[in-house]
Design a binder for this molecule. Structure first.
Ligand code: CMP
Length: 516
């Protein structure tokens, strides 16, 4: 037979149908265009397909040169062609099935499972194609069982890891993106490979854990709870002197932590504070909060500690100090006097700096100063909230704050003024008995003194003319608030100013029962 006849014969023996090649080419090129990620595999499949044809050409050449068709050279060469073609088909088909068909139904198959199915398919093609060249398959299966057993025994660890990897992926007990703790290591699962799982720690390290170890160890998946968002409970511990009531400590801390949302701290459950333990000379408290970004544990705890620090300072509750130094300071009367004098000076200074009180005598300033309470705020904290009940008038001695008013029911707010050292706020609610008209937020850390209604009432009674000064500041501020909400013209503002001032003065006088 001529070479061409041999080639035709080889094609027939190979079982290749005419329509198979165009179909393979169309599918392979369509996938090549659609899935850039899989181009490498498709390229390999096409190369194998071409090699299968080259192999057929070799088979035909061998036969044309008189090599026996039933000889082993001819048979194994044509088997190689069949195998190459089979592998090429399976590769392209697997890409089509897993990346197009199953993906259309949103079914994501773990990479390991996919590789395993492919390997099995290759073995099936290799073994079944042997029957085409009259090789006794049962003999090979028996031998391969022995080989498998030998390989299995010698690669026990590797196989253990691979099985572990497969189990991990299929059961989805741990997935890429989970935060896990194994022994004392915590980290983010970056990838699950055949033999190991790579975990990135917060220290910027990567821990490689063999999958078999992962399967045998107790693994904690941090922050995972069925049907709930990912969040992990964190503890922040602090100590306070026994002389302060736990209820006061807990209230002060919880209010400060819950008032303004803290980045990466869940709102559900809200952060809380618990009385943790009695120690020798102090009480131990813990703040528990639920961290939503597990990589940001230390920075978030730091913000929480800062809030605790400022809340306790505002409530005049000191952190605990060693008991022995407590005795030393308590006995030192002169030091106490000096401290008290310094504090009084600071307070009278604060009162004098406020324009409103410029006409007060020294005695009046001193009596007003005696009623002041120190109130520091950390930046970002709301110092008063719109619609809340008013208890205090605030005098800012340090820092900057912003007055914000809600402009619609969606909760959107607009800035109406910025307050600095020497400014005061909170007078509207305090003087008229109305709820707070705006929210005042600390832009920087702010130090204030606050004055309660009773102390302020005493001052107003001795100096009723202050009510007039305040009513004009009040009227101006109220008009600014209304302008932010309603967008008033200059003329409308003036008219409102005039109207408000008279009405407000009347209200203040009534509220504080001042004589007119
Ligand atoms: P009060 O209503 O008690 O609480 C919010 C406070 O924000 C309010 O008192 C004023 O002291 C202050 N405030 C409201 N509007 C202005 C404004 N336009 N300029 C400065 N301060 C304001």
């Amino acid at each position: 037979m001529s070479y061409w006849q041999q080639l035709q014969y080889a094609f027939q023996a190979n079982g290749t149908r005419l329509w198979v090649t165009p179909l393979f080419i169309i599918v392979a090129f369509a996938l090549f265009a659609l899935l850039p990620r899989e181009r490498m595999r498709i390229r390999t499949a096409i190369t194998l397909y071409i090699l299968a044809f080259v192999d057929l050409a070799i088979v035909a050449a061998l036969a044309a040169r008189g090599v026996r068709v039933d000889g082993s050279v001819y048979r194994w060469t044509s088997w190689a062609s069949f195998l190459l073609q089979g592998i090429a088909f399976i590769s392209v088909a697997s890409i089509f099935i897993f990346d197009i068909l199953l993906a259309a139904f949103r079914l994501r198959t773990p990479r390991i499972l996919r590789d395993l199915i492919l390997a099995l398919a290759y073995i099936v093609v290799a073994v079944t194609s042997l029957s085409k060249i009259n090789v006794d398959v049962t003999g090979i299966v028996a031998t391969s069982a022995v080989i498998t057993a030998v390989i299995g025994l010698s690669f026990q660890d590797t196989l253990g890891n691979m099985m572990g990897g497969m189990a991990l992926q299929m059961e989805r007990a741990i997935s890429v993106g989970d935060w896990i703790r194994v022994d004392d290591q915590e980290g983010l699962v970056r990838e699950i490979r055949w033999r190991h799982t790579a975990v990135e720690t917060r220290n910027w390290d990567t821990v490689i854990i063999p999958n078999s170890v992962l399967m045998k160890s107790r693994v904690t998946v941090l922050g995972r709870r069925a049907g709930a968002p990912r969040q992990h409970r964190q503890w922040v511990i602090f100590n306070v002197d026994f002389r302060y009531a736990p209820t006061d400590v807990i209230d002060a801390v919880e209010n400060a932590l819950r008032a303004e949302p803290i980045p990466n701290v869940a709102r559900n459950p809200l952060p809380d504070c618990v009385f943790k333990d009695f120690q020798e000379s102090y009480a131990r408290y813990s703040v528990r909060y639920w961290l939503t970004d597990l990589s940001a544990d230390d920075p978030t705890s730091s913000v929480v500690r800062t809030r605790i620090y400022f809340a306790l300072r505002r409530a005049n509750i000191p952190f605990s100090i060693p008991a022995q130094s407590l005795f030393v300071t308590e006995d030192d009367a002169s030091r106490r006097d000096r401290k008290a004098r310094e504090e009084t000076n600071l307070r009278t200074e604060a009162v004098r700096r406020v324009d409103l009180f410029r006409t007060l005598t020294e005695e009046e300033v001193n009596s007003l100063a005696a009623g002041l309470k120190f109130a520091p705020f950390v930046r970002g904290e709301a110092m008063t909230r719109q619609h809340a009940e008013a208890h205090w008038l605030y005098l800012i001695t340090q820092g900057e704050a912003e007055v914000r008013v809600a402009v619609d029911s969606s909760g959107a707010t607009e800035k109406v003024a910025t307050l600095h050292e020497g400014d005061f706020f909170g007078e509207m609610g305090l003087m008229t008995g109305e709820p707070r008209s705006a929210t005042v937020v600390a832009v920087t850390d702010v130090e204030c003194y606050r004055l309660d209604k009773e102390s302020f009432k005493a001052t107003l009674h001795s100096r009723p003319e202050i009510a007039e000064d305040i009513s004009s500041v009040l009227a101006r501020r109220r008009v600014e608030l209304e302008a932010a909400k309603e967008g008033l013209t200059e003329e409308a503002k003036r008219a409102r100013m005039h109207h408000h001032q008279g009405a407000l003065l009347q209200r203040i006088q009534n509220f504080f029962t001042l004589k007119t």
